[in-house]
Design a protein around this ligand. Sequence first.
Ligand code: ADP
Ligand code: MG
Length: 397
Amino acid sequence: MTHTSTAQAAARDLLTTLTGTAPQGIWSAPGRVNLIGEHTDYNEGFVLPFAIQHRTYAAASPREDGRIRVASTFADEPVEVSLDDLGRLFPTPAGKAPAVPEWSAYVLGVAWAMRALAPTPAEHGADIAIASDVPVGAGLSSSAAIEGAVASALDELWQLNLDPVTLAQIGRRAENEAVGAPTGIMDQMASMLGLPDAATFLDCRTLETRSVPTGFTAEHLELLVIDTQVKHSHSTGGYRERRASCEQGAELLGIRSLRDAGVEDLPRAADLMDDVTLRRVRHVITENQRVLDTVDALATQGPRAVGDLLVASHASMRDDFEISVPELDLAVETALAHGAIGARMTGGGFGGAAIALIEHASVASVSDAVARAFSDAGFAAPHIFTVQPSGGPRRDA
Ligand code: ADP
Ligand code: MG
């Protein structure tokens, strides 16, 4: 008997309740963790994420009445629109909330972006039910997972045969223009291109990718995720401000994006901009270099050589980009004090998760130490688990 995850079963059951019959298929896509390269994606720089074993499932069946209906275990009510409505609903005007419940905009936005690219017959609709074991808002990209699962389902139901990079672009467009979250393409690419035991190096300007073996398994290493449970919100405040600072910094440097600057440009940058903008710019420039150094270290020296780069990345986000929070700092400091090879906050910041690269044998001791430190500090108990580099989207049933 094959293993069926509870989220997969939940998606199947929800679709069956919705339509009265079993789904035609079930598709899934993984969340991702970013090993290094934070806030570099929208600056056309470098990132090194990997897909994780946590997945979002989309159980789906085709409809022939031009309607699309979506349900999620997160939501009390399904949302139903006609394909014609999609063009009226999206793009969501800048600064406005989507005209449909926000969670459903991820799903309907994928349908909209997909039809914009590859027009399907007007009568081709779908019923879709979503369930997930990717923690939401933890910096593990439940959003790319839901987009990837839905994109994979519709691609097959509507017989489009789009390639993974195009499906990633569809997911990004849904998130940017339907949901209204101004994110880069890293999450969707990491989810779509995931491979076991490997991270995905991505050049966010050219979209060139390279699979980079992590060597974690052979070296008996684990990547511990410490989800602080502090919720971030990408669509608001800090994230937009950081993007604006980066754009301003690039403009002052006279370059298209911060990708075009290197550490040798930092003295010039210091003369051109105010202290806050300089520190934002310095984070992005040094972080790009750290991604390249990490890829190099993994290839030439193995995973134990990347610890200092992870630690430097965290310091840069804490001090220069100013997107850490006390819970993330405590998670990183405690993991390092208990023998972690490296640790850093991961994801967009303002909450979410930290990662720590540790010996397999010390999973329990580091986890216990972090839990104790949180309790002593009066913080809510963190959610702590390990993630393994895993495969991309697939059809499960
Ligand atoms: P992250 O991607 O870091 O988890 P985001 O804010 O980018 O956080 O995306 C989370 C949002 O994605 C949720 O608030 C919800 O709207 C949507 N989402 C994710 N997973 C699901 C799901 N299983 N069902 C419905 N909506 C989901
Ligand atoms: Mg997200």
